[in-house]
Each structure stands twice: as C-alpha cells, then as structure tokens.
Design a protein around this ligand. Structure first.
Ligand SMILES: [Zn+2]
Ligand SMILES: [Zn+2]
Ligand SMILES: [Zn+2]
Length: 623
C-alpha cells in the first residue's frame, strides 16, 4: 500500500482583529495621503496582501466591492513588513482601512434610453405616476431617514453594472442604503441589519474572513445614489401625492370614460356557455370580477377593474390562425425534428428533438422526444400505465430550455404578443408596465413568456398536475393556448383570493398544517396545500373569506394581480403561456410580498425598488 503525501494547506493563522472602534473612528477621520483601491483585491504580482472582498475571494476580481471606496494610508505600504501572522512570506498591511466617498455622477442618467412605449398619450403619464407616488414616497422617506441618522458615517459607493446587487443574507435587491462589512464587504439590507444579531451568529453568514465573526460595529453604512438626486425625486413624488389627496378630481377627470365600464362589458359574454357556472359570481356584489370578451375590452374598463385589485378574465383572445399555431399537431410538425451537423461527413442531418420532462407524480426527470410527448398529449391511451388505469402525468420542464423564447420560437413569440389583451400593461413595451424601465445594466428580470405544457388527469383537484396555493411578486397574465378537452367541464379552475384576505388565509393554512401535522416554514410561500371544496367551505364559514372562481378554457386569458394567493386545478392536458408584468396599481402589494420573500430567502429578481426609481425618473422627465 502506498501513501501519497498530503498536500500542505496554507497555514491560516487568525489575523489581527480589525477593531470595530477603529473602523468607526476612521470613518470620522480624514487623511491627507492615502492610496485608494483602484483594482480588485487580489493582486497576484504584489507581495503586499490586503483583505479580500467576498466576490474577489469567490471569483478573483469580478465585481470587486472595494474598488473606489477602500483606502489605506500611503505610509502603510511603506512600513509594511513581512509577518508570520498571516501566510508565511506575505506582507500584510497592518493598518486598518479607511473608506472614501465616491463623488462620481449618479448612474441614473447614464443608462441608455429605452425604446418608445406603445402609448405616448401625455395624460397617462400622470395617471401612472400618481398610482405609485405614495409607495415611492414612502420608500424614499424610509431611506432618507436612515441616511440622516448615520450622518457623516455614511459612505457612497458607485453601483456596479452587470451585477444584481442583493443582500447577502436574504437575497432581496438593494436599492440605496445598506451596510457593508469593512473586512469582507458582505452586504446587508436594512431589514437584515436590524434583525437580532444574536440569532445571526448561528447563520452561515456569521463568519467573516479569518474566523472573525460579524458584528454590527464592523458594518459601514453605504449609499449608492447622491442624496440630492433622491431628495429631488422625493419632493416630486410627495408633492404629487399631496396634490392628489387635495384634489381627487384632478386625476380622476382623465378617466371619465371609466364610468361607462358596465356598458362596455359585453353582454355577449354572459351568453357564453362556459360562463354559465360563473354567472352568479359575476352578478353578485361581493364576488364580482370582470369577465369580458376580447373584442369588448377597452383599456379604461380594464384599468377600472384592475384598480380594484380584482382578477380579470378575457375570453376568446385567439383567432383561428392562433388556434392552429398552438395545437399539439403543429408542435409536432414544427419542433419534433432539428438539423444537426454530422461531424464526419460535414453535412447537416435531421434528428429527433429531445426534451426533458418531469413526472408530476414523483418529480423524476427524464428525456423524451418532442414527438412522443405530444402524441401522448393528444392520445392518453399511448401513455405508460394507461392500461392499469394510472396513465403517467408528465409536464415539460422549461421549454425552450436555456433559450430565449423569441429566438427559439419566433412564430409563437410573435403570435403570443399579438393576441395578448391590454398590451399597454403586459408586454415588454407596455406603457403601464413599470418593469421595462429597468436598465439593461441592472439585469432586468426575465418576465417571459414562459410556456407550461402538462398532461391532465381526470382526478381534478386530487390530481398531481394541480398548482397549489401560492402567490407571486409580479402581476401575471396566463393564456390557455390549447387544451385537449373531451367533455364540457372547464379545462382549468382557478381560485384567486383577495389581497386583503392574505393574513386570514395565512393563519387558516397554518391551522391546517397543525391539524395535518405538517411542518412548514411559510404557509403560502411553501406552496404545499391545495384547498379542496371542504377546506374552501371551512375558510368561508370560519373566516368569511371567499375566492374568486374562474373557469379557464382554450382562448381564455386570466389576469392575476400581484400578491393575490391563488391555486389552479387542471382537468385536461393543456398548453399555457404566461407573461409577468409590474403594474403601477399593485406596486404597494409587490413591495409587501418582496419583503415576505426576503424572510424565506427567495431571490427578488424583480428588483422592485430599483424598478420604481428608474420608472419614476424616466416617466417624470417625459412629456
Ligand atoms: Zn474585492
Ligand atoms: Zn437582507
Ligand atoms: Zn465580513
């Protein structure tokens, strides 16, 4: 038996402690002769080593957080001597760092101008701004209050491009004021900084470099934007908020057409056989929401209902051409074969396109051909387990995988964007979609479209293809493009709950978890429960909360307001396509949900606060 020598690890001896009081003291002092850090923390050619920031430790100088903010007295480099305290033969700066204010321009004006929005009607500008000025003012006030509290301790650090700047603890996006560790540049959002530090000592982020533990005193308060810039926005938005309170008619005048809403809702819709079951809900006062034919829908009628926080169903959004395009037969014709380079013969050959599918029952993933998947979609008797009475239920995972929808399926993309109702809200260029104002450099979220293709199972709510109760950060529109219907039942049944009932639902679901002995972290965000008829009845009886029930069939678009808990029961195999957006009406709710997601460490891809900042600056200065 041979033994190979163990590689010797570099000796890590606990480094000198940076004394918190010195960090804070240095924030008050100014020095004449200092060297500002202009490159990443990791300089392999230099013998002099400095503490590295988190990104530099992980990726070697990508997105360094100390550039242009950390400085050392110039004398420190001269007096630095070899020390065994760190790694042998390395020279370590003995001096504690200073942090400098970045005085460069705000990036807000720097980012490229966006493409023209679909509406440029001037009076919509104020309507949009007015819808979110209250939430925006509150957000800026909270921020500036902190900035004032910290006074001269604050340092400004330029925001980095092409990095989604998030709190290292909870993954929420950081808008302006936050806290940076003076040693490893860990970034904490305000909420995480405020949380109990005793508890934090147990988390994996408790550790700074070299066996140090993070303490509040190590954290430097940092801002990203010039205070004057944000003050100006705050003045603009609080004035608009005040004005709209003083004079409610100021803005409502512009929406006078809304009063005709009830007439504009087509009577044709009530004749539709699919709505019969829903007729009562539609007519009754307490449970009404807008069901409207695509031809009869106007922007103003949409805005009125949407402004009430209710879901909306738009029927018949697809014409004949669309129906054909989105059929499984068309998918087989178009997407089941692809051309591939034949390496040896240098010519293209045709091969079957493969895709990953998930077994809804057990979550297992396997590969199958697109052709087989859709053949079984059309004809359940071909599915595995059919003879035993348990046909396998599959869904396609992320199709197209890792590709841009528009690039992969240009026909489908164009058609989907064409058929979407109220494009002003739910398309990439929609004037009422705030999300598209976020500059490319800040890595805006992927809003879709996203396709969902799943086999149905006749068991309805018991079925594994069911989407359990949950809520999303963004508004969304979900179009059923095709369903393999064999009977008159609705292809999918949606239960959407009013946003106001969220806390009631949360405690109800907690109660159910207790009864079922189920361990949960968050009653809604865990997405673990489908409320069947019995539970829905209990929720109404015990708490007076009732859902809006929507019956979705091919050609129907369902609009789900952000933050509304919802669940879907799928009865038939269906192809659905969805698009996310951020409407000004639901900004406050979005902010709320974002905060909740922070508690369960879900990434805040929407970057809502940054979105608001850029939406405000773009819209306010437009005319
Ligand atoms: Zn660095
Ligand atoms: Zn945080
Ligand atoms: Zn640290």
């Amino acid at each position: 038996m041979t033994t190979s020598p163990k590689p010797t690890k570099p000796k890590l001896i606990p480094k000198r402690q940076i004394k918190p009081d010195i960090v804070r003291k240095n924030l008050h002092k100014s020095i004449k002769s200092f060297t500002l850090q202009r490159t990443g923390c990791w300089n392999p050619t230099s013998k002099i080593k400095i503490d590295r920031c988190k990104p530099c430790i992980a990726k070697k100088n990508e997105g360094c957080r100390f550039i242009n903010i950390r400085a050392f007295p110039t004398s420190a480099f001269e007096s630095a001597t070899s020390t065994t305290e760190y790694r042998e033969n390395d020279i370590v700066l003995e001096d504690d760092p200073y942090f400098m204010d970045y005085d460069g321009p705000d990036p807000i004006s720097k980012y490229k101008k966006l493409t023209t929005m679909t509406i440029t009607k001037t009076n919509y500008r104020n309507i949009v701004l007015q819808k979110f000025c209250k939430a925006f003012t509150k957000m800026l006030q909270e921020d500036s209050q902190r900035v004032i509290e910290h006074g001269t301790l604050i340092r400004r650090r330029a925001p980095l491009d092409n990095v989604r700047h998030v709190c290292d603890m909870c993954l929420t996006s950081i808008f302006n004021l936050h806290y940076m560790c003076s040693v490893c540049a860990l970034d904490l959002c305000v909420d995480c900084y405020d949380k109990n530090w005793e508890e934090k000592q147990n988390s994996r982020l408790a550790h700074c470099t070299y066996r140090r533990k993070h303490t509040k005193e190590h954290m430097v308060p940092v801002i990203k934007y010039k205070t004057a810039t944000l003050e100006q926005f705050k003045e603009q938005s609080s004035k608009m908020d005040e004005d709209s309170k003083k004079d409610n008619t100021l803005y409502s005048n512009m929406t006078s057409t809304d009063t005709h809403l009830n007439e504009s809702v087509s009577t044709k819709t009530t004749k539709d056989e699919n709505i019969v079951a829903n007729d009562e809900a539609f007519m009754s006062d307490e449970n009404d929401f807008l069901i409207v034919d695509a031809d009869a829908l106007t922007l103003d009628s949409f805005r009125t209902c949407w402004g009430m926080g209710k879901p909306i169903m738009v029927k018949n959004v697809m014409d004949k051409d669309s129906q054909e395009l989105w059929s499984p037969e068309s998918f087989i014709n178009k997407y089941s074969v692809e051309e591939k380079e034949d390496g040896s013969k240098k010519r293209k050959i045709k091969v079957k396109t493969m895709t990953e599918v998930i077994n809804c029952e057990n979550g297992f993933v396997h590969e199958t051909s697109v052709e087989n998947f859709f053949k079984e979609y059309i004809n359940p008797t071909l599915r595995k387990g059919y003879k035993k009475g348990e046909p396998v239920v599959l869904k396609i995972k992320d199709w197209p995988p890792k590709h841009d929808f528009g690039e992969q399926f240009p026909d489908l993309y164009t058609d989907f964007m064409r058929i979407l109702p109220v494009k002003e809200y739910c398309t990439v260029n929609g004037y009422f979609n705030l999300s598209n104002r976020l500059p490319i450099e800040l890595l805006p979220p992927d809003l879709g479209p996203k396709m969902f293709i799943a086999y149905g199972s006749d068991q309805g709510e018991q079925s594994v293809g069911t989407t359990k109760l949950h809520c999303d950060m963004a508004d969304a529109v979900n179009v059923m493009c095709h369903a393999n219907k064999s009977d008159d039942c609705a292809a999918a049944i949606w239960d959407i709950f009013p946003y106001e009932s969220m806390s009631t639902i949360r405690s109800f679901v907690k109660k159910i978890a207790l009864e079922q002995n189920k361990k949960i972290i968050d009653p809604i965000h865990d997405q673990w429960l489908y409320l069947n008829d019995t539970l829905l009845e209990r929720l109404e009886k015990e708490h007076g909360v009732k859902s809006w029930r929507l019956y979705q069939n091919p050609g129907d678009a369902v609009f789900i307001p952000a933050g509304c808990a919802h669940q879907v029961s799928n009865y038939h195999s269906a192809i659905k396509c969805a698009y996310d957006f951020v409407s000004p009406e639901n900004v406050e709710r979005c902010l709320d949900i974002t905060r909740q997601f922070g508690c369960v460490r879900r990434e805040d891809a929407l970057q809502l606060k940054n979105t608001l900042l850029f939406a405000w600056s773009k819209l306010y200065s437009s005319d």
